[in-house]
Design a binder for this molecule. Structure first.
Ligand code: PRT
Ligand code: ZN
Length: 283
């Protein structure tokens, strides 16, 4: 049987995190900078390195079985693929932006205007849903300079920090969609044991990323209060310390829970709090 193939971005914003995710899943591979395809040494998988724009269609057509790509590209290409797992990186918004000092106030002000974008399909759907008759100018790059060149009145593009908009004299006007990297597959391979194993590994890595291992010291008399504060933990490990009547509490909690509870833990007598990263969480 041929190995499965997963397509990831060859270079660009999603490349490094995609590679890191697969490596954190215990997959051993190298030479990925110079080749188009590489074989994983310890798992029945090959990795294809492609331009992100090609990934959804390659997966739809079965040239790759799996892919990691931004949701914006999946929606724009209208590829018929399955969403297996949201991956939590490559997060961004797709927004309509207008010149900072322009008169645009409400969506209807876009009627009769021109918007430059590299995402005409997503934009057209949004304009149609809002009954707007706006001219779409499809361009492949440097969308953000088109209003200054009087090629359009507004733009529709990816925004992350907003810095690019600001430095081009633009401001966000309408939020159209949010996006993040997604693990996709072609149809009909859900039951494949290799796919199931890979999804399980990815999920354990994702859970670990939001989980912390916390150790704290507390006097025995305060222990019940501390345990009551630790959310969702069935049985933290309690270890006696050399100093009489003191114990160390070891537990695993989400980073968010930790920040929510830290002050209460200190008020309840927790001392010497140490927080450590977790590598995998198997459920
Ligand atoms: O070569 P290839 O075709 O594979 O890559 P690419 O150049 O088309 O894409 P790349 O690597 O730039 O982005 C890959 C994916 O990352 C995108 O499809 C999105 O899903 C995701 N992503 C997340 C982003 C951003 N954040 C992002 N900020 N993609 C692009 N940007 C650009 C944006 O277009 C704008 O020019 O960054 C600029 C805005 O950033 P801020 O922070 O100034 O707002
Ligand atoms: Zn691209």
């Amino acid at each position: 049987m041929n190995n499965l193939k997963i397509a990831i971005q060859k270079s660009g914003r999603l490349n490094e995190k995609s590679v890191q995710l697969l490596k954190n899943c215990g997959l051993a591979f190298e030479n990925y900078k110079s080749s188009l395809i590489t074989t994983v040494a310890n798992f029945p998988l090959e990795i294809l390195f492609l331009r992100d724009d090609d990934i959804p269609e390659y997966v739809q057509d079965g040239i790759a079985d799996l892919g990691i790509v931004g949701e914006n590209i999946i929606v724009e290409t209208e590829a018929n693929v399955r969403y297996l797992q949201r991956l939590g990186f490559g997060k961004c918004g797709l927004k309509i932006a207008v010149p900072t000092h322009s008169e645009f106030k409400e969506l209807a002000d876009l009627n009769g205007k021109a918007i430059a974008t590299s995402y005409p399909t997503i934009l057209k759907k949004f304009l149609d849903e809002n009954n707007l008759s706006t001219d779409i100018r499809t361009i492949s790059g440097s969308v953000e300079i088109s209003p200054a060149l009087e090629l359009s009145d507004a733009i529709f593009d990816i925004v992350s920090t907003g810095g690019t908009l600001r430095s081009n004299g633009l401001k966000p006007f309408a939020d159209v969609m949010t996006s993040e990297a997604i693990l996709i597959s072609k149809n009909g391979i859900d039951g494949n044991p290799v796919v199931r194993e890979l999804i399980q590994r990815i999920q354990s890595v994702l859970r670990a990323a939001e989980t912390k291992y916390v150790v704290l010291n507390v006097e025995r008399s305060n222990l019940d209060e501390i345990i009551a504060l630790l959310p969702g933990v069935k049985s933290p490990t309690i270890v006696p310390l050399a100093e009489e009547n003191w114990v160390a509490v070891h537990t695993v909690i989400s980073e968010q829970d930790f920040w929510d509870k830290i002050n209460k833990l200190k008020a309840a007598g927790a001392q010497g709090i140490v927080v450590m990263p977790v590598e995998k969480v198997i459920m």
